[in-house]
Design a protein around this ligand. Structure first.
Ligand SMILES: C[S@@+](CC[C@H](N)C(=O)[O-])C[C@H]1O[C@@H](n2cnc3c(N)ncnc32)[C@H](O)[C@@H]1O
Length: 499
């Protein structure tokens, strides 16, 4: 194969997450976003060191596996879901096989316990971040998701399957309202314009909705609010239009977030509450959680119950045991384990999430849960290994006074006294665990048992390799599908120290 040339071939299999493998003239080329069994046309765009990659140009022939009925109307155009055209059972089979292939070599003697389905396959998401833009250059105002492979073009996703119809109502109304008012979107390259994103979060159990419009702070030009008073009037009218919608859920809050950051991320320089409050509640497995606009919360609430039940089962009997919940978010896992465990200590980098975790634990009546705000790597570094193993009084400060993601200090408040963990639960972000934190955990803290929850099996495979070197063995592995229609998958792994 030669770089720049166009070829046609059949996808033999797809490696996690969406790496289609096509064989041409005895060579394997990776074509992203192709499905197993599809015949695809692609252009070779990278060839280096025996690795060859191709850019998908078109699907010449559909895969015999693509038999899903009533597929999402945006499938193929929208970059959100790549597995929509496959029946759900087939999606599960593909994901399970991918994780088995990835982890098989790493943990040959572990028990692979299959894949658990999401309770809902449609309307399962409790959070979406939509972008303002246009569907083609100079077109009318659009609000939706990025076109597959495009940084600029947006697809209006009025028919999106993975969200509740309330999301669609809010999305459509917001787009129509601002189009009617002649307000333009923020152009990322020029850093000019007003409308940036619409964040919607909707709890499945409580039906509470939080909607946040993210705009630049620009006023006084074409397609911008004329001035601050005019902007307030514009936003209050938008809020009133949303409040008049016949939704099945109810608004807990409607917010305006001002974001003048040059990066294309959702953040807030200034938050204005236009209605209600800047948080909402969701319930999982009988516990109630307060969620703020930016704190991490699993995006599939019913799937999260399956995931956390699996974590609880893998953790096993916690009576009389100390559990660390590293990367604890709003403290969901910590609180699900706390009713039986002796003590649970969570570590999380986002201050806001830690504050919510403490509040959640208090509301749920859990006095044996503590949360530290800080970077896991720094917090673990500050806990002396000798203190951990000696477990003397004051060895670990996990009291409520400790905080500060930047300082990572955890030893100033000795509220908990000395504790060393019997069990560590790890639920890191996509990139996995920082190597220094992993060395600390596997090489020095050395708990008897760990449960690793991963949303990216390639990161899990890398970290497992290191933990295996430290004498841990992956005993049980299981997948939980939290993301139907997409190529993503959650994996839970129970590790035991054997050396
Ligand atoms: C996959 S989420 C898991 C959250 C929680 N366990 C749950 O199920 O809701 C990962 C969390 O790790 C946090 N995080 C990311 N990097 C971190 C770090 N270096 N130290 C501590 N927490 C971190 C994120 O803010 C996020 O809340």
């Amino acid at each position: 194969m030669k770089k720049g040339e166009i070829y046609t071939g059949t996808v033999k299999k797809v490696a996690f997450p969406n790496r289609g493998m096509v064989e041409i003239e005895g060579e394997t080329v990776i074509v992203k976003n192709a499905l197993p069994g599809q015949t695809v046309e692609f252009a070779v765009n990278k060839k280096r060191g025996g690795r060859c990659e191709g850019r998908l140009l078109k699907v010449v022939e559909r895969s015999p596996l693509e038999t899903a009925e009533d597929c999402c109307p945006h499938f193929g155009l929208c970059g959100g879901c790549v597995y929509q055209s496959l029946p759900y059972g087939e999606q599960l089979r593909i994901k399970e096989r991918q994780v088995r292939d990835l982890l098989g070599e790493m943990c040959p003697d572990s028990r692979f316990e299959g894949i658990k389905a999401s309770p809902l396959t449609d309307g399962y998401r409790n959070k979406m971040e939509f972008s303002f833009g246009d569907e083609e250059k100079g077109g009318p105002l659009a609000l939706g998701l990025h076109k597959r492979g495009s940084f600029h073009d947006i697809v209006n996703v009025d028919g999106c399957r993975i969200v509740h119809p309330d999301f669609t109502e809010i999305l459509r109304t917001t787009r129509e309202y601002f189009a009617e008012k002649g307000i333009g979107f923020y152009r990322k390259l020029q850093h000019a314009g007003y409308l940036r994103h619409l964040l919607i979060r909707r709890a499945v159990k409580t039906g509470e909705i939080l909607a946040a419009l993210v705009t630049s702070g620009q006023t006084g030009g074409d397609g911008l609010p004329a001035d601050r008073d005019w902007e307030r009037f514009l936003l209050e009218n938008w809020r009133d239009r949303l409040l008049g919608l016949p939704l099945s859920g109810r608004f807990a809050g409607i917010l305006h977030l001002r974001n003048d950051s040059l990066a294309d991320v959702i953040q807030s320089d200034e938050t204005t509450v236009l209605y209600g409050q800047d948080y909402f509640y969701e319930e999982l497995l009988g516990l109630k959680f307060k969620i703020s606009p930016f704190s991490f919360f699993q995006t599939n609430s019913l799937g999260a119950e399956v995931l956390y039940e699996t974590v609880r089962e893998y953790v096993g009997d916690t009576r009389g045991k100390v559990v660390f919940d590293l990367y604890s978010g709003t403290g969901t896992i910590a609180q699900l384990l706390a009713p039986v465990a002796e003590k649970v200590i969570g570590v999380e980098i986002v201050d806001e999430a830690v504050a919510a975790a403490r509040e959640n634990a208090a509301r749920n009546g859990l006095a044996n849960c503590e949360f530290i705000a800080g970077d896991v790597m720094k917090v673990l570094a500050a806990w002396g290994a000798e203190n951990l193993s000696a477990a003397g009084p004051g060895a670990v400060g996990a009291g409520t006074g400790t905080s500060g993601a930047d300082t990572g200090t955890s030893s100033t408040d000795t509220g908990s006294g000395g504790v060393s963990p019997d069990i560590i639960v790890l639920d890191p972000p996509r990139d996995g665990i920082h190597p220094k934190a992993l060395d600390r955990i596997g090489g020095e803290i050395r708990p008897d048992q760990m449960v690793y929850v991963s949303c990216k099996p390639t990161s899990l495979a890398r970290d497992l390799e290191k933990l295996t070197e430290y004498g841990y063995r992956a005993e049980r592995v299981c997948c939980v599908d939290m993301f139907p229609g997409t190529a993503n998958i959650e994996t839970v792994c129970r590790l035991t120290r054997i050396k």
